[in-house]
Write a protein that binds this ligand. Structure first.
Ligand code: BTN
Length: 253
């Protein structure tokens, strides 16, 4: 394992300075995917733990997409023992914790349902939660919380240029420490508090959005994120409640 020698290199002793938890923390200069690292390590270690990498060669996004993961970035995965039936809560917790940690590093972001972080209408971070289930009864055993934050100075590829934003001036060691603490704090928080914070940090509430439901393109105004974490949209025909899907903003400037 080797590390780059710039002044902002990731270093475990610096990360430790910024965190109060002592979960096992693995730093990698390069990897395929930190989510995959977690899945592999979970086979031999039963506690909670974290992987963080400078660069991913096979970064995974939601819906089977790749996640652009250039060098000197921030690719973080935490593996936690899970409570079955609380799946939606994990999704909400990650977004809240990541936004809070970024705020602690001087960067204000908002949550675009379900769990992207946006700044000025562009994506700053993406989150991919993956389940590890029991082979016997398929119950949820562990959750891998994968968070990728655009901090690398490498230019975005053409297809991301207008959609993504880089968050500058971040101390990645501080971010790693704060994020690990924030995740543990929000994972232990009551559901109503998580939801309150999620709504408070929501980018979509009050905005006009476009979405697809039952094969139809529709538009409406987001009025709430309900207690199940679903998006509530008011349209001319009534209310739609969305459990998943891609949302785009109407008239975003
Ligand atoms: C998305 O926006 O579609 C989700 C992106 C999630 C990326 C993170 S980076 C750390 C972890 N490892 C991965 O391979 N993916 C997640």
């Amino acid at each position: 394992m080797h590390f780059c020698y710039n002044k902002n290199m990731l270093e475990l002793n610096k990360i430790d300075h910024w965190r109060s938890n002592r979960l096992p923390f693995f730093l990698k200069a390069e990897t395929g995917s930190t989510n995959v690292d977690c899945r592999v390590y979970a086979e031999e270690y039963d506690g909670d733990f974290i992987f963080l990498a400078e660069k991913q060669n096979a970064g995974r996004g939601r819906r089977g997409r790749d996640f652009y993961s250039p060098d000197h970035g921030f690719y973080f995965s935490m593996c936690v023992n899970a409570v079955s039936g609380k799946e939606i809560l994990y999704t909400l917790v990650c977004a809240v914790a990541a936004a809070e940690a970024l705020e602690g590093c001087g960067q204000k972001t908002e949550i675009k349902w379900v769990n992207d972080l946006y700044q000025n209408g562009k994506k700053a971070a993406g989150i991919l939660c993956e389940a590890i289930r029991s082979n016997e009864d398929f119950t949820l055993k562990k959750v891998i919380i994968g968070i990728g934050i655009n901090v690398s100075e490498d230019p975005f590829p053409e297809e991301l240029k207008d959609k993504a934003v880089r968050l500058g001036g971040i101390d990645r060691n501080q971010l790693a420490g704060l994020l690990s603490d924030a995740l543990l704090k929000w994972l232990g928080a009551p559901e109503e508090e998580v939801l309150r914070e999620y709504r408070h940090r929501s980018f979509l509430i009050g905005r006009e959005v476009l979405y697809e439901i039952n094969g139809r393109e529709k538009s409406g105004r987001v009025t709430d994120i309900n207690e199940k974490g679903n998006l509530v949209v008011l349209t001319e025909e009534g209310e739609d409640v969305l459990a998943s899907g891609e949302i785009s903003l109407k008239n975003w400037k």
